[in-house]
Design a protein around this ligand. Structure first.
Ligand SMILES: Nc1nc2c(ncn2[C@@H]2O[C@H](COP(=O)(O)OP(=O)(O)OP(=O)(O)O)[C@@H](O)[C@H]2O)c(=O)[nH]1
Ligand SMILES: [Mg+2]
Length: 327
């Protein structure tokens, strides 16, 4: 059986609407990957988290080195992914280029101690500007147990992009894995040769539950996904007021506070002193301790300096988490 070199799906020429479809069984890329790579035209697939977790379960049963890729802009709870790790994991925090230039990187790394995962090492990188790629390469060589190094994480974290950039820098292999800003791009495992004694095994990302990215059209999508460094927007709140981010989110803050918005700067944040509460969004009353963030799945996060209680209005089916501030 022939696997698509872009997404790992098994090539088939029977059903155009199913993954892996190509006109001929000996094609290297399925139609979907061909369209994403050449026309940036993404075709939705049916997503199957139980298939993805069955792959990750097998990874956890090996002794091989695992790179756990985490998107620094969308740091989700690692509890869900913890059961699929083994004891040889490097935590790779990527998309550094999206965050402010000045950051206390040690604090960010320490944030992950709360998940009580015994990482071999932690590193902050960016696939966009190859920040700390040589350092990552050295760590991989130092810790790998065999030729095989697994690359795992949530969907959209940047796993396949990281492998592609590795190939560009350190390999003669011209293979290009398909990447896209939409979830569920990689569909099955793919073994990618970097050198005779280093093979990456790319895996499909775990799905993010209740993400706003599953609820919006492609135009809104382009605005939500940041493509350049995020400029944090700071507000001092002195009296009750509302904040509105496009029509996607409303926030009602009643007490004095300093709050910082980390969202794609293509989104419009406005402050309103009077507002009719939106009836197309669902209200959640949220208690927030000092120096904590609300992360809205798929959208971005808001940092609160003081403890408070707020009402956040979100599209139906979109979740949030409260976490100690990462930045
Ligand atoms: N700014 C920035 N964007 C990145 C970086 N790495 C990946 N991306 C973007 O993140 C999106 C997702 O990247 P992928 O490599 O397809 O993510 P993945 O983890 O392989 O996703 P799945 O295959 O769905 O599991 C793409 O739009 C990438 O261009 C990075 O270091 N910086
Ligand atoms: Mg991928």
């Amino acid at each position: 059986m022939n696997k698509c070199q872009g997404c790992g799906a098994i090539i088939q020429n029977v059903d155009e609407n199913k993954e892996g479809y190509a006109l001929s069984l000996d094609h290297k890329l399925c139609n979907r990957c061909f369209k994403i790579q050449n026309y940036n035209d993404y075709q939705q697939v049916s997503k199957d988290n139980s298939f993805y977790t069955s792959i990750l379960k097998k990874v956890s049963e090996t002794d091989d080195l695992i790179l756990l890729i985490v998107d620094l802009f969308q740091v989700y709870d690692l509890e869900e992914i913890k059961p699929y790790l083994n004891s040889n994991v490097i935590l790779v925090l990527t998309k550094r280029d999206l965050l402010p230039q000045k950051l206390y990187e040690e604090k960010i790394k320490n944030y992950f101690d709360k998940f009580k995962i015994d990482f071999l090492d932690k590193i902050i990188v960016s696939s966009k500007n190859h920040y700390q790629f040589d350092e990552l390469y050295n760590k991989i060589l130092k810790y790998k147990k065999s030729k095989n190094v697994y690359v795992v994480g949530y969907t959209n974290a940047g796993k396949s992009t990281l492998i592609n950039e590795f190939l560009t820098l350190y390999s003669d292999n011209k293979q290009k894995i398909t990447t896209s800003s939409l979830p569920s791009t990689t569909l099955n495992t793919m073994t990618i040769e970097v050198s005779d004694d280093l093979f990456f095994i790319d895996t499909p990302g775990l799905l993010v539950n209740n993400s706003i990215l599953d609820k919006i059209d492609s135009n809104t999508f382009k605005k939500i996904i940041p493509n350049k460094r995020i400029k944090p927007i700071v507000y001092q709140v002195k009296c009750p007021q509302y904040f509105k981010i496009d029509e996607l989110l409303y926030l009602k803050v009643e007490d004095k506070n300093n709050i910082v918005f980390y969202f794609s700067n293509s989104l419009n944040i406005s402050r309103l002193y009077k507002n009719k509460e939106p009836d197309n969004l669902i209200a959640h009353l949220v208690k927030i301790p000092a120096k904590h963030d609300i992360l809205i799945n798929g959208l971005g996060f808001i940092k609160f300096i003081n403890d408070t209680q707020v009402t956040i209005f979100l599209p139906e089916g979109v979740s949030y988490i409260i976490r100690p501030s990462v930045i």
